[in-house]
Design a protein around this ligand. Sequence first.
Ligand SMILES: [Zn+2]
Length: 260
Amino acid sequence: MENKVILISIDGMRPDGLMGCGNPYIQKLLSESSYTLSASTVFPSVTLPCHMSMFHSVRPERHGTTTNTYMPQVRPIAGIFEALKQYGKTCCMYYGWEPLRNIGRPGSLVTSRYISAYSEAHVDGLLTDAAFEYISAKKPDFCFLYLVDTDEIGGHDNGWMTDAYLGCISYAIDCAKRMIEAFGDEYTVIITADHGGHDRSHGTDSPEDMTIPMIFRGKRFTPARELDGVSILDIAPTVADIIGVPPAREWEGRSLANKE
Ligand SMILES: [Zn+2]
């Protein structure tokens, strides 16, 4: 296996939603992965601040984006894309919510594809198709696949933990399964979320909003091991460690990968 990573963010996926969605692949996935059902995201539990923290390993008060309106960083920190680019690694991104374009700086990606969540009924499958095609052809070092339907259609339109919400998670897990079955020998696959949710909303500091699952399947992770005390800030150092580049000095999280 090469030192490559596919990071899949399923927007708004709660741990109990993951475990309750009924997708039969989940037990197999967890048996092959190190995972936690009790990782913490950052406050506010909102999409852009949380993804900025996922990629830059600092809290929103440090990166400066505290709402879904991007704020240029006052004291800029390299994110995952910039840290990898600096060492000549290739990165790509497939995303269904347009403001996420700001989690990387111009010039840090070899390709990206945005498909609007508002123009298609379900975009998660289309995004997965696009990422699948590019990875097959080019084998980039890092692919970020952001799946939007669980939050948009599942949570906001129908309500967290409704059948519609759980159905979107199950579909997203099928997308992750496609990636693992095709690329799981070459890539470590990380599956997580930016935040949870409750009723038809999120953004508070309640456990329903702040608790997220994380699944790590790859050669540097012990199968069927449950991880403790994990934060969304640990994602960027973990990705950098697997791919073999140093973390940015400012990053506050730690790598969760086993030592080589
Ligand atoms: Zn979100």
